[in-house]
Design a protein around this ligand. Structure first.
Ligand code: BT5
Length: 237
């Protein structure tokens, strides 16, 4: 059965993820929180997410009964398919970014509470200006196409694809991972993975069934479950 979306539209909020967490206990699966602006939009590890008006900032409440690292790909693939609907070809930068031509256009932030709920937060730069401090690293639909697309249209496509990929995740996670591998453009490339405890450099080989990234390093193959992937070569290397 297709998921039924119930959309809550807000003008301004601290963070749609935080709002969704506040209401998750009393909300049904498929509740969507969308805000025109976020005053404290956030990324992973307390980083800030620029959320001026014109972008699509939303969080979806899901109740799959468990926290699963592969849920982030449900969001990433939905963004990739949505962008394709508007003629933009994009790829996944493991684990939670969507990139177009070397720049980040979207980020996904999943947060969960045990078996109770998962919040799938998606930030997609659509018509919003890309902030000055992100000029080099970020892009938007408007920057790429020169056209403003009504946000409701983008939201409609995004929820359509989210529903589809969420179902695939629940019923055939193996097929979800096939698509993830297909869209993960860092595979085969030399990468650095920056983690809390240090850095790992090597060739990205595969995204494994559990969603982790397999890296071939001079010290053997390593499986990484989190981190920031950089495609920039090591200085002097
Ligand atoms: C992410 O974190 O990429 C997850 C972003 C999730 C944002 C959505 S918006 C709706 C929902 N509500 C929230 O409060 N959050 C979610 P991370 O991988 O840690 O990347 C954060 C980094 O992305 C920042 O440190 C900046 O370098 C960069 N960044 C910030 N704002 C950006 C933007 N609008 N576009 C592209 N890059 C951005």
């Amino acid at each position: 059965m297709a998921i039924e979306w119930r959309i809550i539209h807000l003008d301004e909020v601290d963070s749609t993820n935080e709002y969704a967490k506040r209401i998750a206990g009393n909300s049904t699966e498929g509740t969507v929180v969308v805000a025109k602006r976020q005053t404290s939009g956030k990324g992973r590890k307390g980083r800030s997410w620029a959320s001026p008006e014109g972008g699509l900032w939303l969080s979806v409440i899901l109740k799959p009964g468990r926290i699963d690292p592969r849920l982030v790909f449900v969001g990433a693939l939905a963004v990739v398919d949505t962008l394709a609907d508007f003629g933009i070809s994009s790829g996944i930068k493991w684990p939670n970014d969507v990139w177009v031509s070397g720049r980040k256009i979207a980020g996904i932030l999943t947060e969960g509470k045990g078996s109770e709920y998962v919040i799938l937060g998606i930030g997609l730069n659509v018509n919003n200006p890309v902030p000055e401090w992100l000029r080099e690293s970020a892009t938007s639909v408007f920057e790429l196409t020169g056209t403003e697309i009504p946000l409701e249209k983008v939201l409609e496509r995004l929820l359509f694809h989210l529903g589809g990929w969420y179902r695939v995740f629940l019923e055939r996670p193996d097929l979800l991972m096939v698509k993830v591998r297909e869209k993960t453009f860092i595979l085969g490339k030399t990468v650095r993975v920056i983690q809390d405890e240090g850095e790992l450099a090597g060739r990205a080989l595969d995204v494994l069934e559990d969603g982790s990234l397999l890296i071939e390093t001079p010290f053997g193959s390593k499986r990484v479950t989190y981190g920031d992937v950089s495609l920039r070569p090591i200085q002097g290397g």
